[in-house]
Structure formats: C-alpha cells, structure tokens
Design a protein. Sequence first.
Length: 177
Amino acid sequence: PVLGSTGSVTLYVIYYGSNWPSTTQPLINAFLGGLSGTPQFNVNKTYCEKNTTACLGSDSPFKGLLGYGVDAAHVFYDAAVQGNTVNSSAISKILQYALVTAPGHLPLDSNGIYMLITDPTTNVPGFGTSFCASHTRSNVAGTDMRWALIPEPGSEGASCYGNSCDGQPCTPHVVAA
C-alpha cells in the first residue's frame, strides 16, 4: 500500500515561512478540511490493492477518511527557522523541528501525511524546472512517515500552474474576476 496502512489517515500541514498572501492559508485549510466524506473524495475508495473491478472490504487502502482540522494538532507554523532556501537537506531539518524539537510540535504519526507548504519568498531549488511538488517518506525520530513538499505556486512561473482561469494562472491567491 502507498501509505502502509489501510486505516485512518490524518493530514498535517507545516506552513513554512512568514510572508503569506492573506488568502492562501485560509483557502488551503478550507480545501483540506472539506475533503473527508465528499463524493469527490470517496472516489478514492474505488482504487483497490488486489482486485481490479471492485474493492472488497479490506482491499481498499482508503477505508479511513482523511482527517484535518485547522488547529494546533494538525497545523504547524514555522517562520523559516531553517532559512529561506528549502532543499533536500533542509527538508529533514524542517521536519525534525516541526515534529520533535519545536514547542507545540506536531505529533509523530506513522499513518499521517505531512504537507510542507512554503511561502512565496522561500527559494526551492528546482521548483518549476525539475519538479512542481515532491513527495516521499523519511524516518523522523524512529518513525516512518510520509511527507510532501508543496512550494507556494505563486512563487514560480506558469510551468507549475497546470491550469488557468480566464487566461490567468490559478493559485491559492490568484482568482480570475
């Protein structure tokens, strides 16, 4: 299984940086909070581990809903303690800080997904030229965990937008009139 568990999966967000457009975080929080239980999200239950035509009970890796709350248990705000450049070595330090070191840190959850979202002023080498986002798993304080790096799309050119609204790029803080 992609997540290693067929139980409940919880989302955690690490907002990295302190220069956020005023609408970005509320929009991301509303989107993530609205995922669980919607017909659009429940389509995930049709993806099976073993069967190819219909999921049978424990065959679906998405039995549990993605839990997300906009509270201290699910969200961590990091004012770029590791600096304004996020590369592969900085990611492990950011995760260590957000999950182990910092006061009020996030819990270590082997069934969770941690999303590291950077603000527009954070430099992410390779973003927009080599990748638009990345994800993998790491060991943090003895816990195998999954994470995704999601640079704020407004910080890069059109190569990572993947969509447009009335000829304008759509990002969490750019909405077509």
